[in-house]
Design a protein around this ligand. Structure first.
Ligand code: GLN
Length: 329
C-alpha cells in the first residue's frame, strides 16, 4: 500500500480520522474511551467512505436462515451507541459476509466468520452474518467479507462465478473490508494457475499473481511477523498450498515468515494487503489463532482506533500451544 491513500499521514492521525468520520463527535468520545484500553491505537484508515449501501435485504439470497444468524448472544442495541460507527456500517449491525462456503472453506476457514462475529458480539455489537453460496449473488453492502481456501477445482469455479457476479468487486470499490485466505487470496489477485494448468483471471483486487510452484507443496505451521503498520502481534497459522504468489508494487506484504513458506517466493513474504483488502496463506483458522486480526477488521468497519477489551483466554491458550509447536526445537 502506498502512502497516497493516506495522504502521507500517520495512521490514526486524528485529523484524517475526522475527515473520514461521518460522526466526529461520537468518534472522538469513543476514541477517548478506547485509548484507555489500548496502548497503541494506530490503525490504517480507510481511503474514503463508501458511498453506496444498497439494501441487500431486498435481494434474493435464498438462504434466509443465515441472514439473521442466531449467534451466541442476543443483540444489544444500547451499547452500540458507544461506537463511532462510520458510514461503512449499516444502521443496526455489522454485516459479515462469508463468501462461497460451498466452494471455499478448507481447514475450517468458516471459523473466521465465527470469530469475527464473536469478537464483535463481545463488544455489544449486533452482527448479521450472511453466508453467500456460489449460486447466489454477493451483496455489495456488507461491512466485512471473508473468503477462504479451497482445492484447485472449486477454486476455479469460485473465481469464474465471482468474476461473473461482480458483487465482490463492487463491494471493494465501495470500500468494503475483505479478508481472504489461500485460494481466496489467489482469487483476489490478477491471475492464478487453475486445476487445468491454465492461467485463470482473478478479480484484480490485490496487485498479486500466482504461479504453480515447481517444488514441494508449502505445508506446515507458520509463524509470521505482521507488517508493522498494522500493529498486530505475531501470527500463528497453518499453510498448505502449491501456488506461489508474487507481489506487485501496489501491495504490502501482510507479514514476514519466521517459520514456514508464506507466499512461497523465497523472500519471506506472507500474504498481501492494500487499504482494506487483505490476503494471507494462513489457515488455523487464522482468526481463532489470532483474534487481533478479527479485531482489526472490526475496528476498520467501525472506523475507530480501539475496541473495549474482550476476554481472550481460550485464544491465548491456542496461540501459545501452536506457537510452541511451530518453533524449531
Ligand atoms: N489450490 C490452491 C493451492 O494449492 C490453494 C490451496 C488452499 O486454499 N489451501 O495453491
Amino acid at each position: 500500500m502506498s502512502d497516497q491513500y493516506y495522504g502521507g499521514q500517520q495512521y490514526g492521525d486524528p485529523q484524517q480520522h475526522q475527515q473520514y468520520g461521518q460522526q466526529p463527535y461520537e468518534q472522538q468520545s469513543y476514541e477517548q474511551y478506547g485509548q484507555q484500553y489500548e496502548q497503541q491505537p494506530q490503525q490504517p484508515q480507510p481511503p474514503q467512505p463508501p458511498q453506496q449501501h444498497q439494501q441487500y435485504e431486498q435481494q434474493a439470497y435464498g438462504d434466509q436462515q443465515h441472514q439473521q444468524y442466531g449467534g451466541d448472544a442476543p443483540q444489544q442495541p444500547a451499547p452500540q451507541q458507544q461506537f463511532g460507527r462510520s458510514s461503512r456500517m449499516s444502521e443496526s449491525s455489522l454485516r459479515v459476509v462469508w463468501v462461497y462456503p460451498d466452494l471455499l472453506s478448507t481447514y475450517g476457514d468458516r471459523g473466521n466468520a465465527l470469530v469475527v462475529e464473536r469478537r464483535a458480539r463481545q463488544r455489544g455489537l449486533g452482527v448479521q452474518r450472511i453466508d453467500v453460496r456460489s449460486d447466489q449473488s454477493v451483496p455489495t453492502s456488507g461491512d466485512i467479507y471473508l473468503i477462504g481456501g479451497g482445492e484447485d477445482r472449486p477454486q476455479r469455479l469460485a473465481a469464474e462465478r465471482l468474476r461473473n457476479d461482480g458483487g465482490l468487486v463492487r463491494a471493494a470499490e465501495n470500500g468494503a473490508i475483505i479478508f481472504s485466505v489461500c485460494a481466496g487470496f489467489q482469487i483476489l489477485g490478477h491471475e492464478f494457475v487453475n486445476d487445468l494448468g491454465e492461467r485463470e483471471p482473478g478479480l484484480g483486487l490485490l496487485d498479486v499473481w500466482t504461479v504453480r510452484g515447481e517444488g514441494a507443496r508449502c505445508v506446515g505451521d507458520v509463524l509470521a511477523d505482521v507488517s508493522p503498520r498494522l500493529n498486530l502481534p505475531q501470527l500463528t497459522g497453518f499453510e498448505n498450498h502449491q501456488g506461489v504468489t508474487h507481489l506487485g508494487e501496489g501491495v504490502t506484504p501482510f507479514a514476514t515468515v519466521q517459520v514456514g513458506r508464506g507466499n512461497g517466493t523465497g523472500d519471506g513474504t506472507e500474504g498481501a494487503w492494500r487499504d482494506t483488502v487483505f490476503g494471507t496463506y494462513l489457515h488455523g483458522p487464522v482468526m481463532a489463532r489470532n483474534p487481533a486480526v478479527a479485531d482489526m477488521l472490526i475496528k476498520l468497519a467501525l472506523d475507530v482506533n480501539a475496541l473495549p477489551p474482550a476476554d481472550t483466554t481460550w485464544y491465548d491458550a491456542l496461540r501459545a500451544e501452536r506457537i510452541a509447536a511451530a518453533r524449531p526445537a
